[in-house]
Design a protein around this ligand. Sequence first.
Ligand code: S3P
Length: 260
Amino acid sequence: MKTIQEIRKEIDHCDEILIQAFEKRMELVLQVLEYKTKEGMPILDSSREEEIIAHGLRSVKNRDFSKEIEDFIKSILNISRKMQSIRLFPYNIILIGFMGTGKSAIGDRLSQLLRMECIDTDVLIERQMKTSIAKMFEEHGEKYFREAEKDMVKRVSYRKNTIISCGGGVVLHPDNVKQLKDNGKIVLLSAHPEIIYERVKEDQNLPVLKGNMSIEFIQKKMEERKDKYESAADIIVDTSNKDKEEICQEIVYKLLKNGK
Ligand code: S3P
């Protein structure tokens, strides 16, 4: 029987092999990234990840370890995605746009795809103030909420490589835009007023639309804010009639094209 020292020595040797292979793998992943960027190929390819997992599982010899091997490949893919996203986006991706343009939903999906952390200023404000946005408007007025929003923007702008989904009115204060741009690129999500109406009509936590939930009012408010949104934006992506995957691909493509 082998001694524990002998077994441990063999484990150390396995780790060395794994590390060497992993280093090589990461170098290859960066080569793929460079190739895709140069050729303008889509960066996010979920089907390729499925292929990698399936390929890995086919090469498992001891089936008792299938579950662990699957987890192992998934961890590798996570690390790999993260490594790519840090290189591609060494800044914050800021999502702005009118209510119902998809900022939160797209922020969540982008975060899964790029393995970047996603934060939402409205959620953080509600957590900090221990109340809902609707209640803040009702009890203290809009100005009070805008101050809290300004403070939150200041706090989150220091981050890097984070997706920041902002409240629809964040552009109303020029300081917010300036702060957010310091470490980030601004992605303006847009959508047709009819589509926005369908997405938000049941939402009770939108005080700006309270008592005015109609396509006409949404259109009017959007028009009022149009210049502010557009002048803040580094890129614009229309989310009407597109699925989340298409929108995320378009954001990544446009951000990379936009350069920095
Ligand atoms: C607002 C939009 C809301 C929230 C607040 C004010 C606005 O965020 O910040 O109700 O003025 O457009 P969402 O756009 O994320 O709903």
